[in-house]
Design a protein around this ligand. Structure first.
Ligand SMILES: NC(=O)c1ccc[n+]([C@@H]2O[C@H](COP(=O)([O-])OP(=O)(O)OC[C@H]3O[C@@H](n4cnc5c(N)ncnc54)[C@H](OP(=O)(O)O)[C@@H]3O)[C@@H](O)[C@H]2O)c1
Length: 333
């Protein structure tokens, strides 16, 4: 029988990653040490932040090493255990995705209940991306009842949660932007957005002004670039901008120019603050409780887009960067 396979980074992408930057290889057999578990991964996450780790530029996280398996969120079934408290048959959330089988220190894994929610939910709406939306809105943007909220990347994993959670927390109007008519229809018809536009249909500043003629109080930025400039241009007095991501520039080979209208922040007394979800796990329990209630009463729904098989994991990752996902992009292993 062949050994389980893993995806390694073999060269650092310059600009857009290509399949040649990756290799699918059989992993070497590994014995478990005391405190470790062997996990047959069932689903793994592919996330935009992984693009940053493929470069060796200094960042908040270590770059992926060349010639080694990449890593990221995954959920799987424990098939062997040398750890107290984790039994064969348990499902665990852990950080060693990009491989069919993982040897994990049990201390860094969390047992999850797949009878309550599917394994995939712990990588999306009940996991990192859901918490990102909640922390960004509550802690960074200081969302208040009555606020008009604009979110970019609105049909993606974080963005779709942002729009719905903002509504649940009392936003008076939620506006989203996304890259296709199908996504715009999804925001309006399925997720309860009040207005939405396809940012490819014109200048983002014009499209936003049309969707929010009286301006916005909060902008949740997943995209950067001209979206950020447009949001600054539409900001009302005391407006807040939470910088979550800047996917429009992740594959740039040269630094993109910043917004040309920063001086509007003086007029509006506006603020811009970046954040990392990793700093906000102290409210993960609070979020999980609220999310469970919102999911149960239909306030918070989530879509998932699946790619099947580790041999298509890179396609799934490239698909996220290209916008091929509705909701959370995942790879079923
Ligand atoms: N700060 C943190 O701690 C943290 C945590 C998680 C995620 N993030 C960031 O949050 C953002 C969303 O992450 P996610 O996991 O939820 O991914 P996602 O939104 O599910 O997927 C990425 C989406 O970005 C859109 N996109 C790609 N290129 C674009 C461009 N040039 N202009 C506008 N939109 C573009 C695509 O949708 P369209 O079809 O609409 O273009 C694509 O579906 C990313 O920027 C990510 O890096 C930050």
């Amino acid at each position: 029988m062949s050994n389980p396979r893993e995806v390694q980074l073999v060269s650092r992408p310059v600009g857009w990653p290509t399949p040649e930057n990756f290799a699918l290889v059989e992993s070497a057999p590994t014995q478990l040490a005391e405190g470790q578990i062997r996990v047959r991964n069932e689903v793994m996450s592919v996330d935009p932040y992984m693009r940053g780790r493929m470069s060796d530029a200094k960042s908040y996280a270590e770059p992926y090493a060349l010639g080694e398996a990449m890593h990221g969120g995954a959920v799987g079934e424990v098939v062997e255990s040398r750890a107290d408290g984790v039994a064969v048959g348990d499902h665990v959330l852990h950080g060693l995705g990009w491989r069919e089988e993982a040897v994990v220190d049990a201390a860094s894994a969390r047992v999850v209940d797949t009878s309550v929610a599917p394994a995939s939910a712990y990588l999306g709406v009940l996991g990192m991306t859901g918490l990102t939306a909640y922390a960004g809105l509550t802690r960074i943007a200081g969302l208040k009842a009555g606020d008009v909220v604009f979110v970019s990347g609105a049909a993606g994993a974080v963005g779709s949660a942002v729009g719905q959670i903002a509504k649940a927390l009392g936003a008076s109007r939620v506006i989203g932007s996304a890259g296709s008519q199908e996504k715009v229809d999804h925001l309006l018809n399925d997720l309860g957005f009040d207005a939405a536009f396809n940012y490819k249909d014109g200048r983002v500043s014009d499209l936003l002004r049309e969707a929010a003629p009286d301006g916005i109080d909060v902008y949740f930025d997943n995209v950067g670039g001209d979206h950020l400039e447009a949001a600054i241009g539409s900001l009302r007095l005391g407006g807040r901008i939470a910088i979550c991501g800047a996917i429009s520039v992740y594959n740039n080979t040269e630094a993109a120019p910043g917004p040309r209208n920063l001086a509007r922040l003086i007029q509006t007394r506006g603020t811009i603050q970046g954040f990392l979800v990793g700093d906000h796990y102290d409210i993960a329990g609070e979020y999980a409780t609220k999310a469970a209630g919102w999911i149960a009463d239909g306030t918070l729904t989530s879509r998932e887009t699946f790619v099947d098989g580790i041999d298509h994991a890179v396609d799934g990752f490239l698909g996220v960067l290209r916008g091929e996902n509705l909701g959370k992009m995942l790879v079923r292993l």
